[in-house]
Design a protein. Structure first.
Length: 120
């Protein structure tokens, strides 16, 4: 990741139709915010097309939810938004199996990122 993990927080917020991934700068550092936004913009584009290569490179190919998210990308709405101190990606779908895949992926991300992540 291009930003400093020790200076940022990932949050994974589940929802009935998917969920929201946020990354924020802990101290509102403008450089970190810019890096977060640039990275999440690119990730949102990749995720919308079913490309989960970046998380797979970091967390492994058998990361929970990734195979289903890649295969079902055309049924998931992925949107990027700037937020205070960073950015967020919102994942939403009407497909219950894909909602489960999103939530499983969020759980795995939260676990793998340790102290740098939280689930709301």
């Amino acid at each position: 990741m291009p930003f400093d993990l020790d200076a940022t927080t990932h949050a994974y917020i589940p929802a009935a139709n998917g969920g929201t991934q946020t990354v924020t700068s802990d101290d509102l550092d403008a450089d970190q915010v810019a890096l977060i936004r640039s990275h999440l913009q690119a990730e949102a584009v990749a995720f919308a097309s079913g490309d989960f290569e970046d998380p797979v490179d970091i967390h492994g190919a058998d990361m929970p939810g990734v195979a289903a998210l890649s295969a079902g990308a055309d049924r998931i709405d992925v949107t990027y938004e700037d937020i205070d101190a960073g950015a967020q990606i919102v994942f939403s779908t009407d497909d219950p199996e894909l909602v489960t895949a999103i939530l499983d992926w969020f759980d795995a991300q939260t676990s793998d990122h340790g102290d740098h992540a939280q689930q709301s």
